[in-house]
Write a protein that binds this ligand. Structure first.
Ligand SMILES: Nc1ncnc2c1ncn2[C@@H]1O[C@H](COP(=O)(O)OP(=O)(O)OP(=O)(O)O)[C@@H](O)[C@H]1O
Ligand SMILES: [Mg+2]
Length: 508
């Protein structure tokens, strides 16, 4: 029970962007030592509110109190000095530095004019032990899986002395086992008296980890002090959307006999000679969704990149609609009807400074409706962007705004809409609904099912096991670059799938 002043109190916060009110008169009280979850649809204003608390955005109106004292943050450095730390929706680590270097970057301990690495290493090791956040300080970040990266991001924030930890969708990229580990870490932090603010679209997780929940809809608080013990995920979703959710209909198979993609004996080798995809064979027929379940870092990314021609295939043959495309360049594959939803939307999916319609053309510069003869057809691109924005419910004031002005989930909807347009024949989809709210997720699933019924072949990779099980016609498990099991999506449970992914169970 709150026996003292709250750790954080936000009062009457309003924040406007051109054409949108991101936060409208929001009040939020967070007690010390609690995990407080923020829920709301894509674009509801969650990240904006947290960026205000972290000094990254200035509110137009309203006040912030930390431990009962009113503060005014000009920059994140001011917020950090008051013990606020934030782990962003998109990772911000430097890949080419080690864990240690990343953690101390910008907060290096100094000794006789140099950096005191020994002191830093000691502190990181101690923190790792105290909070259960163990990672090797000397590994390069680029070698780490997402679960470890997440731990490094959290260590980095704790290293700076955070007492209030803001985690913006920390679980979007994690598989269930990693989520469990993260939650165990959060409980340790709580036991040490830290306060956690947690944003997630996975409502079951919210109910499992939060002490209190606040729901935001279109910039305004619609429910606060929601008690997770007395609420179901469906009720939570309905509070977010403001209406009842439709019940999904049952699936029926649309799989044909016609093979769209045939991968035979594919091996992909890294720069340092390690095989990351190992003699892998796979077929996808028209009208079929083939799911690939695996813990991140087991060859999924490399497989996809080889299929898209971003990374060379070592040995093996990739046949698409009867053509050997093993050595085709990416553009030719795209022109032949292969679409691609990449796993990292900021690195491969969008140009953040570009307008929405310019992003509509990205990767499709040589295809209709973006070209007319040899010319770029701006009007065609604009018109089609408007169509995508409506069809996929991308919440935006217009198509001339930069992609950076969209909320994370709305950026993802734009990519999915773009890749589904132009009647692709094969869709390679990595985490298509990552960071997307439950309502919009159901809509995207429905679009995928419709396209499948029209003959689309899909390779689906996802950390969301419910999504994999619910969408796949055929479901393989990938481990260390090999397909190690095929499970029946009609009967397998997420738990069984999870243990098959670590090579522990025998769900096959
Ligand atoms: N830098 C910006 N410039 C203009 N508009 C912005 C900017 N940042 C956010 N917005 C707008 O503010 C609103 C709230 O966005 P915010 O990122 O806070 O949503 P969110 O709740 O975090 O959504 P998601 O679940 O998709 O991450 C959206 O309409 C978004 O387009
Ligand atoms: Mg957000």
């Amino acid at each position: 029970m709150p026996d003292e002043v709250p750790a954080v109190r936000l009062t009457s916060i309003t924040k406007r962007f051109p054409g949108v009110v991101a936060n409208r008169d929001i009040d939020l009280t967070i007690n010390r030592g609690e995990v407080h979850a923020l829920c709301g649809e894509n674009g509801a204003g969650k990240s904006t509110l947290m960026k205000i608390l972290y000094g990254m955005q200035k509110p137009d109106e309203g006040t912030i109190e930390i431990d009962g004292e009113q503060v005014s943050f000009r920059t994140p450095a001011d917020a950090i000095a008051r013990g606020i730390g934030m782990v962003h929706q998109h990772f911000k680590l430097a890949d080419n530095l080690t864990v240690l270097e990343n953690v101390i970057l910008g907060a290096e301990p100094k000794r006789r004019g140099g950096i005191d690495f020994a002191a830093a290493r000691k502190k990181i090791t101690e923190m790792g032990k105290a909070y259960g956040l163990r990672v090797d300080p000397d590994s390069l970040v680029e070698k780490l899986g997402v679960g470890d990266r997440q731990r490094v991001e959290i260590l980095k924030v704790l290293y700076r002395g955070a007492r209030v930890l803001i985690l913006d969708e920390p679980t979007a990229v994690l598989v269930p086992q990693e989520v469990d580990e993260l939650f165990a870490n959060l409980r340790e932090l709580k036991a040490e008296g830290l306060t956690v603010l947690f944003i997630s679209h996975k409502l079951d997780e919210v109910l499992a980890v939060a002490d209190t929940i606040t729901v935001i809809r279109r910039g305004t608080t619609v429910a606060d002090c929601v008690d997770p013990r007395e609420t179901t995920s469906r009720q939570l979703a309905e509070m977010m959307v403001g209406s009842e959710l439709p019940t999904p209909e049952l699936r029926e198979s649309t799989v044909t006999d016609e093979v769209q993609l045939d991968v035979a004996g594919l091996t992909v080798v890294t720069e340092d000679g390690r095989p990351v995809v190992n003699d892998l064979s796979l077929r996808i027929r028209r009208g079929e969704i083939v799911g690939l379940a695996g813990v991140e870092g087991n060859g999924q990314s490399e497989l996809i990149e080889a299929l898209m021609g971003i990374r060379p295939a070592g040995t093996g043959v990739i046949t698409y609609g009867g053509d050997d495309i093993t050595h085709w360049p990416t553009r030719r594959r795209r022109e032949a009807g292969i679409s691609y939803i990449p796993e990292d939307r900021h690195r491969h999916g969008l140009i953040l400074e570009g307008t929405l319609w310019e992003n509509r053309m990205l990767g499709h510069q040589t295809q209709k409706p973006n070209v007319r003869g040899p010319w770029i057809a701006r009007r065609g691109a604009r018109r089609d962007t408007t169509r995508i924005v409506r069809a996929y419910d991308v919440r935006t004031p217009g198509i001339e705004v930069p992609a950076a002005a969209l909320s994370g989930g709305n950026q993802q909807k734009l990519i999915v809409g773009r890749e589904m347009s132009g009647e692709p024949r094969l869709l390679i989809a990595a985490h298509p609904t990552r960071g997307i709210d439950v309502g919009a997720q159901a809509a995207i699933w429905e679009y995928l099912r419709q396209a499948r019924a029209a003959g689309l072949a899909v390779l689906l990779i996802s950390a969301d096991l419910e999504e994999l099980i619910g969408m796949s016609d055929t479901l393989h498990v990938i481990l260390r670059g090999r397909l190690v099991a095929e499970v029946d999506p009609g009967t397998v449970t997420p738990e069984e799938l999870g243990s098959a992914m670590t090579g522990a169970g025998d769900a096959a």
